[in-house]
Design a protein. Structure first.
Ligand code: FAD
Length: 469
C-alpha cells in the first residue's frame, strides 16, 4: 500500500468547499490513498455567502442568487439532493435610474447592449444624438483582437459615451462593483469582443446569436434566469459541510505562511500548528496570496490588483409604510444620477419567499469605485443616506422595522486590463517554483458562484493529475 498523500485546501468559501466535495468523492470512488484537510480562517464556512434569518425574513447579506444558465452549479445542486429546495426569481419590470429619472429597462438588450437597431431606437435613456452615435457600431471598424482593452474603451469606441454611461455601465460594472475604464474586456465579457471580431458589429452579432425570447403561456409567470433556495443561499454551504467527512474541516484557523520543503509544503497555522501537504489548493482571494507566500516575488503583482468595497443595506418595512410603491423588481443607478445608492432590489417581489405576507424587503448597495469611503460610515449614516435616496422615487412614511448592514471591504476582486496574461504568467511561475500549489476561486477565472464551483471542480482534476504523476 502506497503511503497516504495529504491535500490541503485553504479557504472554506464556495470554491474551497466545492473542491473539498469533489476531491472527497474522487478519493472514495477510486479508493485513492489521499487525505484532505480544509483550513478556514473564520468560525463559519461559506465566505461571502451569508444568509440571515430574522423575524420571518430570509436576508442575503452577500450574493443573492446564481445564474441558471451556467450548468455546473445546478449539476452540484442535483448531486447534493437540493433540487426540491430551489426557487427561481419572479420576473418583473426592472429599471434604470438615469439622470435622476427612473426608466424601464430598455427592451431587446443583452447586459444593456442593444441587440438590434429597433432596440436602440426605442431606448428612453438615450438622446437622438446618443442614438445616432450608437448606430455607428454597425460601421466602426474592428479593434485589435490580441491586445486587451477596458470595457469602457471598447463600448465608447463602438457606441459612444452616452450609451456607455446611460445604458451599459450600471449593468456591466454593477455586477462586479468595478470601474468600467479598468475592467478587462477579455476577462469579463469576452463575448462582446468575439462578436465584434466575427460580425464586425456587436449589434449585428447579438441579433444573429442571441436566442429569441420564448413566449410564455398567458397567466403563467415566466421563469427567472436566477435561482436560490427556499431557506437562502447558505443552504448550499450547509449541505456541502454535511457531506464532508468529520475531521476534514479546521475552522477558526488561518494559514499564515507556507514554506516549500524537499517533499511538499509546510503550512504554518495561526494556532501555532504546522500542517504538511503534498498539494495545496489556495482558494482565498488574491490579496492573501502575497502574504502567505511572502518570499515569492512573482505573487507581488497581485498587490496592485484592486478589490473594491461595497455595503449592502437591507431594510424591512410593513407594507403600510410605503406609499407610491413602484411596480417592479428593482433598479440600477447610472453614475450621472445624484444618488449614493448604486442599486436596489425589491426583494419581497423578486424573491417572494424571503418576506412574510404584508412586509417589504428592500436591498440596496452603496459604494462604487471612486466613492468607496461611504462604506465606512456608521450604520445610522448609511441608513439615512439610503432612505433619503429611496424617498426621491417612492414615499416612505414610517421608519424601517429593522436594517441589516453588511460591509464588504476589498471583497470584489477586479479583473483589470491584462488580467488573462497576468494570471497566466503567475500560474506559469507557480507551476515552476511551487509545483503542487494551485490558485483557484473568485479572483481568477470568474467571480460568479457557478464559476467558483466550476473552478473548485477543475482544480480537483489538476491536483489528482499532479499527485498521480
Ligand atoms: P470567498 O467566499 O471569499 O472565500 C474565501 C475564504 O477564504 C473565506 O471564507 C475566508 O475566510 C478564507 N480565508 C481567507 N484567508 C485565509 C487564510 N489565510 N487561511 C484560511 N482561510 C482564509 N456571485 C453570484 O454568483 N451571484 C450574486 O448575486 C453575487 N453577489 C455578490 C454580492 C457581494 C456583496 C459580493 C461580495 C459578491 C457577490 N458575488 C455574487 C460573488 C460571489 O459571492 C463570490 O465571488 C464567491 O462567493 C467567492 O467564493 P470563494 O470561495 O472564491 O471566495
Amino acid at each position: 500500500m502506497k503511503p497516504s498523500k495529504q491535500i490541503v485546501i485553504i479557504g472554506g468559501g464556495i470554491t474551497g468547499l466545492s473542491a473539498a466535495y469533489y476531491i472527497q468523492r474522487e478519493i472514495k470512488a477510486k479508493k485513492l490513498p489521499y487525505t484532505v484537510k480544509l483550513v478556514e480562517a473564520s468560525e463559519r464556512l461559506g465566505g461571502k455567502i451569508k444568509t440571515l434569518k430574522r423575524d420571518g425574513f430570509t436576508i442575503e447579506q452577500g450574493p443573492d442568487s446564481l445564474l441558471s444558465r451556467k450548468p455546473t452549479a445546478m449539476k452540484l445542486v442535483k448531486e447534493l439532493g437540493l433540487e426540491d429546495q430551489v426557487i427561481r426569481n419572479a420576473t418583473g419590470q426592472s429599471y434604470l435610474l438615469v439622470d435622476n429619472k427612473l426608466h424601464k429597462m430598455p427592451k431587446g438588450t443583452y447586459m444593456g447592449v442593444p441587440k438590434n437597431v429597433r432596440s436602440l431606437l426605442s431606448s428612453t435613456v438615450l438622446s437622438s444624438k446618443g442614438k445616432i452615435r450608437a448606430l455607428a457600431d454597425i460601421m466602426v471598424s474592428k479593434g485589435k483582437a490580441d491586445t486587451d482593452q477596458s470595457l469602457g474603451a471598447f463600448f465608447r469606441r463602438r457606441f459612444g459615451n452616452e450609451l456607455l454611461v446611460n445604458q451599459v455601465e450600471a449593468l456591466l460594472s454593477g455586477i462586479h462593483s468595478g470601474n468600467i475604464d479598468q475592467m478587462s474586456l477579455k476577462a469579463t465579457y469576452p463575448t462582446f469582443l468575439e462578436l465584434e471580431q466575427t460580425y464586425g458589429s456587436v449589434m449585428k452579432g447579438l441579433s444573429k446569436t442571441m436566442p429569441k425570447p420564448t413566449k410564455t403561456k398567458r397567466n403563467q409567470p415566466s421563469s427567472g434566469a436566477f435561482f436560490s433556495f427556499k431557506n437562502g443561499l447558505e443552504t448550499l454551504i450547509h449541505r456541502l459541510e454535511d457531506k464532508l467527512d468529520l475531521g476534514m474541516l479546521h475552522k477558526g484557523t488561518a494559514v499564515d505562511h507556507i514554506e516549500k520543503k524537499n517533499h511538499g509544503y509546510h503550512l504554518l497555522l495561526s494556532d501555532g500548528n504546522v500542517l504538511q501537504a503534498d498539494a495545496v489548493i489556495v482558494s482565498t482571494p488574491h490579496l492573501t496570496v502575497p502574504k502567505i507566500f511572502s518570499q515569492y516575488d512573482f505573487f507581488h503583482v497581485f498587490k496592485g490588483v484592486p478589490a473594491t468595497s461595497t455595503a449592502n443595506v437591507v431594510l424591512a418595512f410593513d407594507q403600510s409604510a410605503i406609499k407610491n410603491d413602484i411596480d417592479g423588481t428593482g433598479f440600477l443607478v447610472s453614475r450621472n444620477s445624484n444618488y449614493q445608492i448604486t442599486a436596489c432590489t425589491w426583494t419581497h417581489k423578486k424573491w417572494p419567499t424571503t418576506s412574510p405576507e404584508g412586509k417589504i424587503l428592500l436591498r440596496c448597495y452603496v459604494g462604487r469605485p471612486g466613492n468607496e469611503d461611504i462604506v465606512d460610515l456608521s450604520d445610522d449614516e448609511l441608513t439615512d443616506i439610503v432612505l433619503n435616496d429611496l424617498n426621491k422615487i417612492m414615499k416612505i412614511k414610517d421608519d424601517p422595522e429593522f436594517c441589516v448592514i453588511t460591509r464588504w471591504k476589498n471583497a470584489r476582486p477586479q479583473y483589470t486590463v491584462g488580467h488573462v496574461e497576468r494570471l497566466a504568467e503567475v500560474r506559469r511561475k507557480t507551476e515552476r517554483y511551487l509545483p503542487g500549489v494551485f490558485l483557484t476561486g473568485c479572483s481568477y477565472d470568474g467571480a460568479g458562484i457557478p464559476d467558483c464551483i466550476e473552478q473548485g471542480e477543475n482544480t480537483v482534476s489538476e491536483v489528482l493529475r499532479f499527485l498521480q504523476d
